[in-house]
Design a protein around this ligand. Structure first.
Ligand code: SF4
Length: 699
């Protein structure tokens, strides 16, 4: 074996954009992956998933050709078919539903990032098809923070760890496991003297070594933020000059938070009044201070307004756009970041109004239909029937709230097509499964969203079996459905077009491999803030006009000890959950090295709670809510509040095989969750944290 070339590329096993070097031999096999020391993000370091890239690539269970379901959905009787037959069948069934029940009866589901711009390609396809129903997971992942930031100050602020800050706050984020290259930057700032505060129910990211560690009750983060704003305002700790010149609505905010005293907030959050005061003083007086937030705040009835409250904390302390604070960046000039690429105008306003979620009145700028509305439309024809669904790299049976209802909905469909790398529990229910190329098998442009804005190269190293990239699949489906002219003949021509605003071709991009955005400090001093008023909108007239709370109001989530005390008698604990670094959502359970790191679903329980319940470390236990029960292995952890448990997310068992649909009900956290209102009012987040539960031994 001779190494023929070493390609600079970007890992596609999660969305954060680590640079890799892919070693390709003279048989066109990728034989080695290592971190790229020249990457502007990860500087050569890869996480366990990235290091397992070749296990994904060559896994014996990889789908290698299209499959057609011969038996009933989920029976596991598959027949290999040609691409021609597979694509003809998918196109015919999507068109059939469109012609019979209207274009809105066809929905397209996107999953998490798997490389390149595949979500953008599907959005473009969905718009060209004419359907208003494009379904993502943004409502419980990142979108609350993006939209809250844009409405409050007009951009998404990024912590300026490199300056460095005097203090750092990490709120609801497991940086070491889920954003490791940002953790590297944070660690350097701490080495250079930055103080740290961690807000997390578990000892994550060195919480126990932080200067302050708050452990709020899961889903009470907004109350905590409002309490901190109260302390900052009523103790004159805010930046008066900045607030006066650059914000609007401060007086209304001051009145709004008056009742969120530390004593009241202590009752709601289980954080002592003293600690709340200390946290507020820490954040406001150790300036510049940056705030790294995370997915924990996206998953409940208050998700959008929690993000708004954190934006307000940044604003009233004058930490926005200052060195070492939370700053604005201009993205590199590439098309994936532009909504124009998606061709939204191809869906008429009348049809767009028929998006299933418009009728729930979330903020009108939110682009997706919500999963819970999709499931309701399929199951009950409310507000109209959805009959055919195309799933691109997503596993809704495991990742959507209320898994039992999702299961019934998938069975109810007239037609389900799934494009994925493996048979998942969702793919097992499909009529047609399309084998998708992994990130090492096609060229792409990667634009990660979670740290400094960059555009990165992804290069094809090999190709497995008959797999095709999502672009190739959608292009060929588009040709069959009559809008092929909107897709370029080759992926490279498409990438040339995506790079056009930067003035280079994809071939030229291969020489530089990365475009980095531009950091701005105090750009508002010459341009104002990019909001309707030109100021930071603490009080948002825009939200008020749309019929939403102009200031962040705290609503007690459903199924908590406070909103449903009777329920809490039977279910006296509350649960939170988190993502483990070796897995990406529901993927990776069939990868030996990753499964070796985390072989079983695990629930963390305080030792005293376990003792009271007769549970020992490593016992298998049932976790039950009013919606159902699952089984996970108990790990005793003294870092967690005795009233809280931390449940593993997104489990299924590839080794269980099709007879049991890969064990989709055994440990799946979404057996425990609901897809019924109340939702977050602005973006429709379902309630995934802080719900009443109980635990008992399986013995
Ligand atoms: S953190 Fe994400 S992008 Fe980086 S190596 Fe791991 S899976 Fe790949």
């Amino acid at each position: 074996m001779t190494i023929q070339k070493v390609l600079k590329s970007t890992c596609g096993l999660c969305q954060i954009g680590c640079g890799i070097l892919a070693h390709v031999d003279d048989n066109n096999h990728v034989v080695k992956i290592e971190g790229d020391p020249e990457s502007p993000l990860n500087h050569g370091v890869l996480c366990p998933k990235g290091l397992a890239s070749l296990e994904y690539l060559y896994h014996p269970d990889r789908l290698r050709c299209p499959l057609k379901q011969l038996g009933k959905r989920g029976e596991g009787k598959w027949k290999p078919i040609s691409w021609r037959e597979a694509l003809d069948t998918v196109a015919k069934n999507l068109a059939k539903s469109r012609d019979k029940d209207g274009v809105e009866s066809v929905a397209f589901i996107t999953g998490s990032f798997k490389g390149g711009c595949q979500e953008r390609y599907l959005q473009r396809f969905c718009n060209l098809f004419g359907s208003p129903n494009f379904i993502g997971q943004g409502h419980v992942c990142f979108a609350p923070r993006i939209f809250a930031s844009n409405i409050t100050y007009g951009f998404y602020a990024i912590p300026d760890f490199d300056y460095p800050p005097v203090s750092i706050t990490v709120w609801g984020k497991n940086l070491p496991e889920n954003l490791h290259h940002v953790e590297q930057r944070l660690a350097k700032a701490v080495e250079r003297g930055a103080k740290m505060m961690v807000i997390n129910p578990r000892n994550i990211g060195g919480a126990d070594k932080a200067d302050i560690w708050l452990k709020p009750r899961p889903a009470s983060d907004l109350a905590l933020a409002l309490g901190m704003i109260n302390v900052i305002i009523y103790n004159d700790l805010y930046d008066k000059a900045f607030v006066k010149e650059w914000t609007m609505g401060f007086d209304e905010l001051k009145t709004h938070v008056r009742d969120f005293t530390p004593d009241r907030v202590a009752d709601l959050t289980w954080v002592s009044a003293e600690m709340i005061t200390q946290a507020a003083k820490f954040y406001s007086t150790n300036k510049p201070s940056c705030l790294q937030w995370g997915n924990a705040i996206d998953q409940g009835v208050n998700s959008f307004q929690t993000a708004r409250a954190l934006c307000i904390l940044r604003a009233i302390t004058g930490n926005l756009e200052i060195p070492g604070g939370d700053v604005r960046w201009l993205s590199p000039p590439v098309y994936p970041l532009s909504p124009e690429f998606n061709l939204p105008e191809k869906v008429s306003p009348e049809i767009r109004q028929r998006r299933v979620t418009t009728m729930n009145k979330i903020i009108p700028i939110f682009p997706y239909s919500l999963p819970q509305d999709l499931i309701k439309a399929i199951r009950y024809g409310d507000p109209y029937p959805i009959r055919a669904v195309y799933v691109q790299g997503c596993n809704p049976l495991i990742t959507y709230s209320n898994a039992q209802e999702t299961y019934q909905a998938l069975l109810d469909l007239d037609f389900l097509a799934v494009a994925d790398m493996f048979i998942t529990p969702t793919a097992a229910l499909a009529d047609i499964v399309l084998p998708v190329a992994s990130y090492l098998e096609y060229d792409g442009l990667v634009v990660p969203l979670y740290s400094i804005p960059v555009a990165l190269i992804q290069q094809k190293g090999t190709r497995i079996g008959e797999c095709r990239s999502d672009y190739e699949i959608l292009r060929d489906l588009a040709q069959r459905l009559g809008f092929g002219e909107y897709f370029w003949d080759t992926e490279e021509h498409c990438l040339d077009s995506l790079l056009a605003p930067s003035g280079i071709s994809f071939n030229e991009f291969k020489k530089i491999c990365a475009l980095v955005g531009t950091r701005l400090y105090r750009s508002y001093s010459s341009q104002g803030f990019p909001t309707p008023s030109g100021k930071i909108e603490l009080y948002s007239n825009q939200l008020k006009e749309w019929g939403f709370d102009p200031l962040p109001s705290y609503y007690e989530p459903p199924e908590t000890p406070y909103s449903e005390p009777e329920l809490a008698k039977k279910y006296p604990l509350v649960f939170t959950s988190g993502k483990r670094g070796c897995y990406r959502h529901s993927s990776g359970r069939q990868i030996p090295s990753l499964r070796g790191v985390h072989p079983e679903p695990v629930v963390h329980i305080h030792p005293q709670t376990a003792k009271n319940l007769g549970i020992a470390d490593q016992d298998w236990v049932y976790i039950e809510t009013k919606h159902g029960r699952i089984k996970q292995k108990a790990v005793l952890s003294s870092d967690i509040d005795p009233r809280v448990i931390d449940v593993d997310y997104a489990w299924w068992f590839p080794e269980d095989g099709p007879a049991d649909l890969y064990g989709w009900t055994k440990a799946n956290i979404n057996i425990l969750t609901d897809d019924q209102p109340p939702f977050d009012q602005e973006v429709g987040s379902t309630n995934l944290r802080g719900l009443a539960c109980t635990v008992y031994s399986c013995l």
